[in-house]
Design a protein around this ligand. Structure first.
Ligand code: NAI
Ligand code: MN
Ligand code: ZN
Length: 339
């Protein structure tokens, strides 16, 4: 089989490997489609501190189960599945309180262990979620990015009365916007980014108002209309955003951080306590695959609004290079492994 391997930072090869056999409790997935994520490019470029090399990247993938390991029902063979990349121990403190996404021995497929950019991948049986026939392949492959939005919104239980502000109209901002509008029916969702083309994508995903903060001052724009967001999501993830969010937030607002910057954020505590703000963070997803499968079954979100490109997996280097270079035209890229 062919696998897309990052041998070391900046060295991507399509390698011939033996088709793996599923161990006890595992299934083998014949991969059909996979999504390219910013973190795949970070591992490729050597910018992910968690990655070990060589590594088969890819944590957003969909395919068919074609073999099962010991203890797994043979009835699963042939199932269409989408794979949750979060592998957890099930008994540490975070696991015991329902946060396997921060398990003390967390393993993420495509990061700590070989992932889905491969003709076949072996994964724990419980990570392979069966996809109902009503959900098409192109939607099923997008479940993982939407689980990020399910996790973010799950932290703060948005309501229709919320006025939400989302920083960043990249894939992460857009899935969040779709969840806020499509699932939670939030009255007003405002999106801020610096790239007009991305703001147009945010509008297509349901944003009520978009602001280009390279042209306009976001604080001034909100002040003019007397808007104080009650829910703020930082999907742009620059360390300076937190203090701006604290300043702009309504009293009693919630702020969700998604960034992994290693640089300090300078914040004034009075701004947080004086308004009794709640600050949350969100990493990966905690058991959100069934939640998003339900969203898709009910047509509450539309993955197609994010997909801008589809490539054959053999052209992965071109795909990642374009994905990195052109944020104006590029959002979610899919790789085809099998028809
Ligand atoms: P992306 O780079 O495609 O999108 C980020 C967007 O934010 C861009 O459109 C950019 O123009 C905009 N932006 C940057 N600085 C800004 C600022 N100061 N004001 C307004 N807009 C600004 O990235 P993607 O894939 O959407 O991911 C976003 C962030 O989320 C990344 O930092 C990534 O590391 C993080 N992430 C976090 C996850 C989690 O589970 N916590 C999961 C996946 C990604
Ligand atoms: Mn991803
Ligand atoms: Zn654990």
């Amino acid at each position: 089989m062919k696998s897309i391997v990052i041998r070391q930072p900046n060295e991507l090869v399509i390698e011939e490997r033996d088709v793996p056999n599923p161990a006890a409790g595992e299934v083998r997935v014949k991969v059909k489609l996979a999504g390219i994520c910013g973190s795949d490019s970070h591992i490729y470029r050597g910018h992910n501190p968690f990655a070990k090399y060589p590594r088969v990247i890819g944590h957003e993938f969909f395919g068919l189960i074609d073999a099962v390991g010991e203890g797994v029902s043979a009835e699963r063979i042939g199932q269409r599945v989408s794979v949750d990349p979060v592998i957890s121990c099930g008994h540490c403190y975070p696991c015991s309180i329902g946060k396997p996404n921060v398990c003390t021995s967390l393993v993420v497929l495509g990061v700590h262990r070989d992932g889905g950019f491969s003709e076949y991948a072996v994964v724990p049986e419980r990570n392979a979620w069966a996809i109902p026939d009503s959900i098409q392949d192109q939607h099923a492959v997008m479940i993982e990015p939407f689980t990020i939005a399910a996790n973010v919104t799950g932290q703060v239980s948005p309501t229709e009365q919320d006025v939400a502000l989302v920083y960043g109209a990249g894939p992460m901002g857009l899935v969040t916007v779709q969840a806020l509008k499509g699932v939670y029916k939030v009255k007003q969702v405002i999106v801020v980014d610096r790239i007009p083309e991305r703001l147009m994508m945010a509008e297509r995903s349901g944003a009520d108002w978009t602001i280009n903060n390279s042209e306009f001052s976001l604080p001034d724009m909100l002040a003019e209309k007397g808007i104080k967001p009650t829910l703020i999501v930082d999907a742009a993830c620059h360390p300076t955003i937190l203090q701006e969010a604290i300043t702009l937030a309504s009293p009693a607002a919630r702020i969700v951080l998604m960034g992994f910057s290693g640089d300090p954020s300078s914040v004034i505590q009075q701004g947080i306590t004086g308004k009794e703000l709640s600050i949350f963070s969100s990493r990966l997803n905690a058991h959100k695959f069934p939640v998003v499968i339900d969203w898709l079954k009910n047509g509450l979100v539309d993955p197609e609004k994010l997909v801008t490109h589809e490539f054959d997996y053999r052209d992965v280097t071109d795909a990642i290079t374009l994905f990195e270079k052109d944020q104006k035209r590029c959002c979610k890229f899919l790789l085809t492994f099998a028809k």
